[in-house]
Ligand binder design. Structure first.
Ligand SMILES: Cc1ncc(COP(=O)(O)O)c(C=O)c1O
Length: 397
């Protein structure tokens, strides 16, 4: 075999993704892209905020000497200081540039953190439904993913279930709030309970279990809801995030990791993470983007636009009979599949030219995901097709 058996195995297991993608392409060719309602990708359709274009032009007009050269692997100190200032404000703790590493997106940051902390065979708890890449990222660094469900009705943290899943090999728990794929935000109280649980574990047997807080959607919260900062609530915590969603820059691969300054071993962790960033081949985050996001820490895309799309879909699909948790953030809906088999439901939706991702793709069969980071016109045009689909599966429609 030309490729590693493990990679071939991963590809085979997710072959349905390719099948669905190919079917979407076929539908687009046959009926025209305008007649296919694609809700599969978390790829924002909005443009970055105006301030981004302004800063980009200013930098191009007035380039800094040496601005394309190698730099400290952690990134420019000015950029890390800007991120640290924002995190200090959000957390109430003294976060400094020495606690921040600029990374190639949140995906890069997750890989850096996992490489830094995992010994072979150590376990990382992931909370279903979850972003499926977690499994591969954990495997990249010799770890073992351990799946624990959130509450089946609310998708909130189930602290008892997490406690039961802890073993002497547990090294970390990955959380994501606002969540992909459910859109829920974990409230301060449940994060505090998680922090207390892990503090107890450490006090009893000296084991540190990290919480890796994956938060690329942290600035996308609705109805004035607050996304609690993890640092004051969980001592052994690391934030991994990016500007892929809040500044609509996923193709630019710019993000960061930040370690809780309250961790007694924080500088040892940071030394390890800087090394991992280097040897994973990222070397450093893109230079140009670092210059720009340093100036944009208080900016975000228009959240009201996403909220209007959420409201429209929740209202219309709810009236048709689809059952779902109303999301407080991110740009996803995760309704119950009206058919027991979510892959069958998603296949049926394709016949109505609606492209979706089955819950199985998030470790959560029985649901499906709608990514509504699409043009509002696409949502509006899709409603008759949704109605016909709903009727076909026995809902009101
Ligand atoms: C929950 C979650 N984590 C991480 C990522 C990866 O983000 P990035 O593009 O910044 O690597 C995504 C992207 O969709 C995501 O949804």
């Amino acid at each position: 075999m030309a490729i590693a058996m493990k990679i071939a195995g991963h590809i085979a297991k997710s072959s349905w993704i390719r099948r669905m993608f190919e079917e979407g392409e076929r539908l687009r060719r046959e009926f025209g892209a305008g007649n296919v309602h694609d809700f599969t990708l978390g790829n924002p359709d909005v443009e970055p905020p105006e301030a981004f274009q302004r800063e980009l032009l200013a930098l191009a007009r007035d380039p800094l000497p040496g601005m394309h050269r190698y730099m400290n692997n952690a990134g420019y100190v000015e950029t890390r200081a800007a991120v640290a200032a924002k995190l200090s404000k959000d957390s109430g703790l003294a976060v400094g540039p020495e606690h921040v590493i600029m990374t190639c997106g949140a995906g890069g940051a997750l890989n850096v953190v996992l490489k830094t902390i995992l010994n072979p065979g150590e376990e990382v708890i992931i909370l279903a439904p979850y972003f499926v890449e977690y499994r591969f990222y954990i495997d990249n660094h010799g770890g073992v993913p351990v799946e624990v469900w959130t509450d089946h009705e609310t998708f909130q943290l189930d602290i008892d279930a997490i406690e039961k899943a802890l073993t002497p090999k547990t090294r970390a728990i990955i959380i994501c709030s606002p969540n992909n794929p459910t859109g829920v935000i974990y409230p301060e109280e449940s994060l505090r309970q998680l922090g207390e649980l892990l503090k107890d574990v450490r006090a009893r047997n000296g084991r540190r279990v990290y919480v890796i807080s994956d938060e690329p959607y942290a600035r996308i919260a609705y109805d004035g809801k607050h996304v609690p900062n993890i640092f004051p609530l969980v001592e052994s915590s690391v934030i991994v995030t990016s500007h892929s969603k809040d500044l609509a820059l996923p193709g630019e691969r710019i993000g960061y990791l930040a370690a809780n300054p309250a961790m007694d071993t924080v500088m040892q962790f940071m030394e390890g993470a800087v090394f991992s960033n280097r040897v994973l081949g990222f070397v450093n985050a893109p230079a140009l983007m670092q210059r720009l996001v340093a100036k944009l820490q208080d900016e975000s895309v228009d959240i009201a636009e996403y909220q209007a799309k959420r409201d429209l879909l929740v209202r219309e699909l709810g009236a048709m009979g689809f059952g779902m948790v109303r999301p407080d953030g991110a740009f996803y809906l995760f309704p119950k599949s009206p058919l027991a088999d979510d892959v069958e439901f998603v296949t049926l939706a394709q016949k109505h030219h609606i492209l979706l991702v089955p819950g199985a793709g998030f470790g959560a069969p029985g649901f499906f995901r709608i990514a509504y980071c699409v043009n509002k016109g696409i949502i509006e045009r899709s409603l008759p097709a949704w109605s016909a689909l709903a009727k076909e599966v026995g809902l009101k429609g």
